[in-house]
Design a protein around this ligand. Sequence first.
Ligand SMILES: NC(=O)c1ccc[n+]([C@@H]2O[C@H](COP(=O)([O-])OP(=O)(O)OC[C@H]3O[C@@H](n4cnc5c(N)ncnc54)[C@H](OP(=O)(O)O)[C@@H]3O)[C@@H](O)[C@H]2O)c1
Length: 242
Amino acid sequence: MTQTILITGANRGIGLALTKQFLSNGETVIATCRVPDRAETLQTLTKETANLTILSLDVADENSIAALSSTLNDQPLDVLINNAGILSGTNPHASVLDKAPDQTLGSINSEGWVKVLRTNSIAPVMVTQALLPNLRRGQTRKIVMISSRWGAITHMDSTIPLAYGTSKAALNAATKIISSTLQNEQFVVVTLNPGAVRTDMGSQEADLAPEESARRLVKIINALTPEQTGQFLRHTGENIAW
Ligand SMILES: NC(=O)c1ccc[n+]([C@@H]2O[C@H](COP(=O)([O-])OP(=O)(O)OC[C@H]3O[C@@H](n4cnc5c(N)ncnc54)[C@H](OP(=O)(O)O)[C@@H]3O)[C@@H](O)[C@H]2O)c1
């Protein structure tokens, strides 16, 4: 069975690598991003395959979410991957190598923090809510949140950026609640840690190439069963403590 997978933040980094991996497996991908006209790699890919559609979505903008929902209309979706995320609300180019002074007690600013929470914690829930009718029409009913090891409360210490760490912890909590809400409908809702990945956010010093992280994540996503709903999984497939 060919699956239809919708991915947020698919124009670069892990989202783009997931798009390419699913396409190479013969799946159909709806790659969403803020500015499709500037998503050059996705635009090139659409010329090579009929299995890719690019749609506009700013996950932090409710009007944009509503417009996507209306464009999709009653199209079934099998898998939703909430991947779009930001590290900082004040520096759009921040990577994990930055010292994140805007996310340390003593200098954190609430406006930047709210922006990170809106993008990383609230938006994945709002996108999920808007696309639930499409997912209910799908066959596999999988919802994947791309989280981070930095969202695991058990690993938290002063090295974790406050806004980002709390945003991923909130995402993990939301995933747990949503997984329970949808359990009776045979949905599997999980949160995945992609590893330290060489992207704009992860920096060029990170362990994993985006292609390797995506290969591992796709393997996990394809094998998910409803019994795994509510789990927090590492890119290697092991459970992570909250
Ligand atoms: N890289 C790592 O080591 C690592 C580790 C743990 C978790 N993660 C998580 O993995 C996910 C992907 O990260 P990445 O490393 O691929 O980061 P990245 O290279 O910085 O890419 C981030 C993606 O999110 C998109 N995005 C940000 N805000 C958005 C919005 N409001 N609406 C739509 N798209 C938005 C970006 O789009 P634009 O191009 O329009 O900005 C871009 O496509 C994130 O959730 C991140 O927290 C990454």
